[in-house]
Design a protein around this ligand. Structure first.
Ligand SMILES: [Zn+2]
Length: 366
């Protein structure tokens, strides 16, 4: 990896430079020979295939940042060991596990900018520290037919993912973990505050700023939390997240919450109030259950044969959800040419993902 300009965690020039393994050593050991060589897609600058071993999948980091995240890494290892054994995690452990998925997803996003030659010309506007636990997030876990050990990251090579690290999947041995996180992906349907108006300006005083206006709250849960079909997983959890705000009109200190104390939000967020972190909502086939007891173990649910999908169908969903999330984003610009070229690029990236989707649709197995 060539660039050493910033730390993957904080975005500053790394002090006491260190290397962060985006996919940690313990995970490489759990899933095979840590020195194995894998294909990392194409470098868009020179068209060459990128191949190197997982253990060299590193990005620069400060020593202090690295240390700060070592506890999360240790807990994540314990969580993953339980998950591959299909054991229950508690609600609070799943929330912690989703912090780790945020870390890995954003870390891979930053790493791919380096290794693929930054094809979409993005200057990362956030890094791991400013992105963990900041937006609605979900996790779906699928048991897969026993192929033995292996580690794959799906969706991370797509150009939509380059534009926004919204959705990816990790196969760890016999489970596939689908993870999504994006602004207001399901807050409204969890009964949480949401903006009626949301758009990103491409130019003006604050280019690439997302404008959020006219916040509302229904305090009612709507089934299903995502209005897009998803194959039934064994674990299916959603966590709405409210961001901190320094705007005085939000009296609780959280974006979109005008009240000093909202009993619905107090009941539906992790203690102690106010944390802005929703409790987990389990999406069942026929209903949504918020889980109020943060220590409650969440067991793997059985998947009937008729509900079970082959691996390629599960992986295909990653690209479908990337498009679903990307298509919802509204962009505005004063400069019409800028807006036109942005919209053309957006369409091209979505089309590119549709190629992946049809590729996976034609497959009989991955
Ligand atoms: Zn740092």
């Amino acid at each position: 990896m060539t660039t050493n300009r910033f730390c993957v965690f904080c975005g500053s020039p790394p002090e006491k430079k260190n290397r962060e393994h985006i996919l940690p050593q313990w995970l490489l050991e759990l899933t095979g020979d840590p020195k194995r060589v894998v294909n990392f897609g194409t470098n868009f600058k020179n068209g060459n295939a990128i191949r190197f071993d997982w253990s060299n999948f590193c990005v620069p980091a400060c020593e202090s940042c690295n240390t700060e995240f070592s506890d999360l890494e240790a807990r994540a290892k314990a969580h993953v060991l339980k998950l591959v054994a299909r054991e229950a995690l508690s609600s609070i452990e799943y929330s912690d596990f989703m912090d780790w998925l945020d870390k890995v997803r954003v870390g891979i996003w930053i790493a791919y900018h380096f290794i693929q030659g930054n094809p979409t010309n993005i200057d990362p506007s956030f890094h791991i520290k400013t992105r963990i636990c900041q937006k609605d997030r979900m996790v779906a876990i699928y048991p897969i037919a026993g192929d033995g050990v292996g580690l794959n990251a799906f969706g991370v090579e797509s150009l939509v993912f380059h534009s926004q690290p919204s959705c990816f999947a990790l196969r760890i041995n016999d489970i596939l973990i689908l993870n999504m996180s994006s602004d207001y992906l399901f807050s409204a349907r969890c009964g949480f505050p949401f903006p009626k108006s949301r758009y990103t300006t491409l130019d003006g005083d604050n280019p690439n700023l997302m404008h959020l206006n006219d916040f509302q709250i229904t305090r009612r849960i709507k089934h299903p939390l995502l209005r897009k079909t998803i194959a039934k997983p064994s674990i299916h959890l959603y966590q709405p997240i409210i961001r901190r705000s320094s705007d005085d009109s939000f009296q609780s200190g959280y974006l979109g919450d005008y009240s000093r104390f909202d009993s619905y939000l107090a009941q539906h967020t992790m203690p102690p109030y106010p944390t802005g972190k929703g409790v987990l909502y389990f999406q069942h086939q026929d209903r949504v259950d918020p889980i109020f007891d943060i220590d409650q173990p969440i067991e793997f649910e059985d998947i009937k044969h008729s509900e079970s999908k082959p691996m390629h169908e599960l992986v295909k969903q990653v690209y479908e959800f990337q498009n679903y999330i990307y298509e919802k984003d509204e962009f505005r610009a004063q400069n019409k040419e800028l807006l036109t070229s942005h919209m053309e690029r957006k369409k091209a990236l979505i089309r590119w993902n549709k190629h992946f989707i049809s590729h996976y649709s034609r497959m009989s197995n991955v």
